[in-house]
Design a protein around this ligand. Sequence first.
Ligand SMILES: Nc1nc2c(ncn2[C@@H]2O[C@H](COP(=O)(O)OP(=O)(O)O)[C@@H](O)[C@H]2O)c(=O)[nH]1
Ligand SMILES: [Mg+2]
Ligand SMILES: [Zn+2]
Length: 308
Amino acid sequence: MSRLVAHSEGVVLSRAGGIYRVHTAGQVVEATLRGRMKHGTQKHVLVGDHVTLAMRADGGATIEAVHERSSILKRRSPGRSRGVRAVAANVDQVVVVGSARDPEWDPSLVDRFTAVAQANDLPTVVVINKVDLDPAAERHAEPYRQAGYSVLLTSATREYGIEELRRQLAGRVSLFSGPTGVGKSSLLNALEPGLRLRTAAVSRRTRAGRHTTVSAEMHPLGEDGFVVDTPGLRDVGLWGLEPREVAAVFPEFGEYAAGCRFDDCRHLEEPGCAVADAVGCGALAASRYESYRLLLEEAERAARPWLG
Ligand SMILES: Nc1nc2c(ncn2[C@@H]2O[C@H](COP(=O)(O)OP(=O)(O)O)[C@@H](O)[C@H]2O)c(=O)[nH]1
Ligand SMILES: [Mg+2]
Ligand SMILES: [Zn+2]
């Protein structure tokens, strides 16, 4: 073992096997876990974790401690198990990306991702990418503005809207999520050409290998921001969200729900449902309501697995 030279603070960018890439003082070092941490309660070091490193004279480093987390973003484990898996620590906001075309804008898919962000209590930014392919892309924005989210229109290939996106990401840790092929990696490359993230070709390959877990990877962005690209968040689901909690992940329903006749209104067929009325008269978006119904159904099925 080589001589210890210094301690430093860093942020975990990625993990492969037992090797962690850690961003510290403007550079990236490879670190392993200190022996006693492997067996302790802190053995799960996550992408995004703030850590204390011991740097050795030979350039190697060990992670000595993990600092308290401000948030942990979780998703359901892949497969049939109902376990929950941590995706990343200390995420400040979730950027949900969808595309106007190719693939077509899919509200039920986009709304799953906004629901996950909301269930994790994280602010949400919605990005409508590939606007170069659809001059009327703006029409998708309104339901999300109504939900209180910032909505940006972008084209990664034409570099439209990139500066605005950059401002939205500055000084924060942002997790990019959304369906495959909508241009998440392309947007990150447009923001920071040095990243050279793999685009389309590799997405196709991972689609074939459905069960290969691709873990989150974080990248420094600008002076003090970080972005997390998460190919693995594709299987996102609502792990253990109780049926009665589903309405709360649609924040725009809130002011109407207060006016429902029944306190435990599920906003489906109940008489005197102010949410359904608001959808009926166009005050709430029908697409968001449809997403709500799908997620509620899913949560109810998960809560009563014996019903199949
Ligand atoms: N026309 C158009 N194509 C785009 C845009 N952004 C990405 N693409 C293309 O969409 C495909 C998928 O992009 P990729 O970044 O891999 O998507 P990801 O799976 O969300 O990371 C690639 O062929 C990109 O070149 C855009 O703004 N406009
Ligand atoms: Mg990608
Ligand atoms: Zn109701």
